[in-house]
Design a binder for this molecule. Structure first.
Ligand code: AMP
Ligand code: MG
Length: 393
């Protein structure tokens, strides 16, 4: 099959996404979910003209006079008195501005006279009043559909009385490892075996991406057994992730098994390093990714392709922050046929430096890395001091 560019692969996977739909949750439990409705305010904010300082509410025209204090207005109480000529009310931050007053001067700018009156001894700069509806008007949208809910959004929901919200359902994602050499982490591998690290890395990546991971275990390098597992996963999940068995080896039959299960393969080679044999296909019931078995490749392709798909399924456009920093030293590669994704550290003095990396099985290199940079196909060298974009991992 034809080798496509990363950008082409990205477009293909994104074009296959359908949204998961919405479910109601209590607003307190909506952190990190994606909002599936617009939220409108049920009231003006602030709901009344309120003082933004502790001080004295009076008429601007009376600032030059000694003022009689007619009452004290605390936050949470209704003023009883109207402020008229040469009068004021002592007022607290957040309290309702009394009738008649059009400004509040601060306690810090006042002197209480022996007569009990108060004198303004500052110079006028502003009214210190937050007016009714100046932040938000009743009925106005305060948070838009598709927003990732953070603590700030929860505060907005609380302030408009939105205690139940619609959020996007989390995609259910199957994880299947494949390979006769694999044993689970609890076991000590035999002479020709290794531990299955991909499944647990993927389950953690899924959790971090806001999806529900569902582990189906290790598929032996056996067509029938793999087929049964894949069929079951497709029927139960929104996305199926397989790792291993997508290269050119004698036992790499994942693409064939996928086709047998009714998956339409849309690509099986991307011109990138690592992760070239990544396979992607579409079934009526699920999207299926055949990720390479190498842990670094599996990790990278999840971040580059699977994570944006998961977000998009929830109605969210993932736009990872890229930090622009200079290279500590120059970097070269021998071959430049493929677009490369290279794990890097950010040094304490703010430079980018590739981690020592022995290829796509070198999982501990990823553990040292702070992020990755990319080199386009055809680019062999990055110069010392050149600015590169680091995507955090
Ligand atoms: P494959 O894609 O099956 O040819 O596997 C490529 C390499 O990744 C081989 O060295 C495998 O042993 C290794 N590998 C495959 N699956 C896993 C896994 N689940 N955990 C760790 N390494 C794996
Ligand atoms: Mg294998």
């Amino acid at each position: 099959m034809e080798v496509i560019t990363f950008d082409e692969a990205y477009k293909i996977v994104m074009s296959c996404v359908s949204e998961t739909g919405a479910e109601p949750v209590d607003f307190i439990g909506s952190l990190n979910r994606i909002l599936a409705e617009d939220i409108a305010s049920d009231m003006d904010m602030p709901p009344f003209n309120k003082s933004t300082v502790d001080g004295f509410a009076c008429r601007k025209a009376d600032l030059d006079h000694d003022l009689e204090i007619v009452e004290t207005v605390a936050a949470g109480m209704q003023p009883m008195k109207t402020v008229t000529k040469k009068q004021c009310s002592r007022i607290m931050t957040g309290a309702v501005i009394p009738e008649g007053a059009d400004l509040v001067f601060m306690v810090e700018d006042s002197t209480i006279l022996p007569s009990g009156k108060v004198r303004f001894n500052g110079s006028f700069t502003k009214e210190n009043i937050a007016f009714k509806g100046e932040d938000i008007k009743i009925g106005e949208t305060v948070i838009k559909k598709g927003k990732l809910i953070r603590p700030q959004e929860i505060a907005v929901m609380a302030s408009v009385g939105c205690t139940s919200v619609l959020v996007s359902r989390k995609p259910v994602v199957a994880v299947i490892s494949s390979g006769d050499e694999l044993v689970e982490p609890i076991s000590k591998p035999g002479l020709s075996q290794i531990r299955n690290s991909n499944a647990y890395q993927l389950l953690a990546q899924l959790l971090r991406a806001g999806a529900l991971g569902k582990y189906y275990g290790i598929a032996k390098d056996d067509k029938e057994a793999t087929f049964e597992l894949v069929k079951q996963a497709i029927s139960e999940c929104d996305i199926v992730l397989l790792t291993g068995g997508v290269s050119m080896g004698d036992f790499d039959f994942i693409p064939a098994v996928l086709e047998q299960a009714g998956v339409k393969i849309l690509f099986s080679r991307i011109n990138i390093q690592p992760g070239k044999p990544t396979t992607f296909g579409k079934h009526a019931d699920a999207l299926v990714f055949g990720l390479p078995g190498n842990p670094v490749s599996s990790f990278t392709l999840f971040e580059l392709l699977v994570r944006p798909v998961i977000c998009r399924m929830m109605g969210y456009y993932l736009n990872p922050a890229i930090i622009q920093l200079p290279m500590k030293d120059s970097f070269s590669r021998r071959l430049a046929e493929r677009q490369a994704f290279i794990p890097v550290v950010i040094t304490p003095d703010g430079f980018v430096s590739p981690v020592e990396y022995h290829g796509s099985a070198h999982i501990s290199a990823l553990s040292i890395a702070d992020g990755m940079i990319t080199l386009q196909a055809g680019v062999k060298t990055i110069k010392k001091g050149e600015i590169v974009g680091v995507r955090q991992i």
